[in-house]
Design a protein around this ligand. Structure first.
Ligand SMILES: [Zn+2]
Length: 419
């Protein structure tokens, strides 16, 4: 144990020192660039003329190229090249961009840069004989792990507290997805609880482009501190694990719809809001507006899809020999979801509604274990994707290193871990 610590700490320290050095040198470079840029703009302004086109819905490659003055033969050549060299056969509206470069305003297009993602560019250059050359460029990604932590205040939701802590909305959604296996955001969130997230930020040329994965998350839930770490196994697949290397992703989600408020809990006796007499509530109700997609709580096979007086439109999924889940009061079923359909975890199976015995739009969610209804929020759920012995050993070492890094980051708010 002592030896591991001894090996880990110096390398981690040197890494953090390196990060500090990088930060300092970036400040220096940035200052130089600023100064340089200021002085150079007037003299070295390139004469070429650039036009950026963002693909709109209804656009085709042909239409965009013809609009820029290219002919049909160019369109065919370029479409072929994009397909063969870059695997691009369709353009995505509001996402793909195409840049046209001309020597000057009146010249024909000499270069076309297709930008399907911030990390990839396809450059098509017009040769002197009128033909085109194609070159795919992978943009170099500089990934940094950043750490953010926060506290739940009175009247807060986890989402609000997360935004206040500076965690990007997209990362918070990933965190919801992860924690939904372990906790219920309605009942498990209280003022005074602390949480933290270590996640990736991707930079290109010193500018932040997007966020990457959640690397570690920690939440002081009522049932204890929930910790999850992202780890790459020796077979190349990644998963999330708890401190001890047990799979953190459970076979079922306790709350299929993220962040939905629990309006009625599992109970063996409650007064039914429609029927008026006392009757067991064999599931949990989540408030959600009509039309909200309902994701499958786990992977499995649809064993029932139909209507009955109580449940209204409902879907039942069999996950394994032990667990089944049922989703009721749907306004409609998702396309392609029929009895016998195999669904993956998170796949939309239907949409929230108020069909059957229901007083308003909500999801009624049941978990059935060996034929008996159980409380979805408390039932012990099996983990999937557990680690083998060798991977577990590696995980524990990695986790200790990462925890050491996180400890440094808590003390130095502006530091990051260079990945
Ligand atoms: Zn219900």
């Amino acid at each position: 144990m002592q030896k591991v610590k001894f090996i880990m700490n110096p390398s981690l320290l040197s890494r953090l020192v390196m990060v500090l050095a990088i930060v300092l040198s970036l400040v220096a470079i940035f200052t130089v660039v600023l100064w340089h840029g200021d002085r150079g703009t007037k003299i070295s302004e390139p004469a070429e003329c650039k036009t950026m086109v963002v693909v709109a819905s209804g656009d085709t490659l042909g239409k965009i190229l013809i609009d820029q003055g290219l002919n049909n033969s160019d369109v065919n050549t370029i479409a072929d090249m994009l397909k063969k060299n870059a695997g691009i056969s369709t353009l995505r509206a509001d996402s793909d961009k195409i840049e046209f470069v001309r020597a000057d305003e009146k010249s024909p297009v000499s270069k076309i840069v297709v930008i399907p993602s911030p990390w990839k560019q396809v450059e098509l250059t017009c040769a002197e004989n009128g033909g085109w050359n194609c070159n795919t460029i992978e943009v170099e990604r500089d990934t940094r792990a950043v750490y953010k932590s926060g506290e739940i205040k009175n009247g807060d939701s986890f989402y609000l507290a997360g935004i206040r802590a500076g965690i990007p909305a997209g990362i918070l959604i990933d965190v919801f997805d992860l924690l939904a296996f372990e906790m219920d955001f309605e009942r498990d969130v209280r003022a005074g609880q602390h949480f933290s997230v270590l996640y990736e930020e991707n930079f290109a040329d010193g500018e932040k482009v997007d966020n990457g994965h959640v690397l570690a998350v920690q939440f002081e839930a009522l049932r204890g501190n929930v910790k999850m770490y992202r780890f790459k196994k020796s077979d190349g697949t990644t998963g999330y694990y708890d401190e001890n290397g047990n799979g953190a992703i459970k076979s079922l989600k306790r709350t299929p719809i993220n962040n939905a408020k629990v309006t009625s809990n599992f109970s063996t006796s409650r007064k039914h809001p429609v029927l008026g007499f006392t009757r067991a509530h064999k599931g949990v109700d989540f408030r959600a507006s009509t039309g909200t997609p309902i994701p499958a709580a786990g992977a499995g096979r649809v064993v029932a899809r139909g209507f009955n007086r109580g449940h209204g439109n409902y879907v039942k999924i069999r996950h394994n020999g032990t667990f089944e889940t049922l989703y009721a009061h749907m306004s409609k079923f998702a396309k392609g979801v029929n009895v016998g359909t195999t669904v993956r975890q998170g796949q939309t199976i239907g949409y929230v509604g108020s069909t059957g015995l229901s007083t308003g739009p909500h999801l009624h969610y049941e978990v059935i274990k060996n034929g008996t209804h159980v409380n979805p929020l408390t039932v012990k759920l099996p983990a999937i994707n557990n680690l083998g012995d060798a991977d577990k050993k590696k995980f524990i070492e990695y986790r200790k290193t990462l925890d050491g890094g996180i400890e440094q980051l808590t003390k130095n708010k502006n530091w990051f871990i260079q990945m």
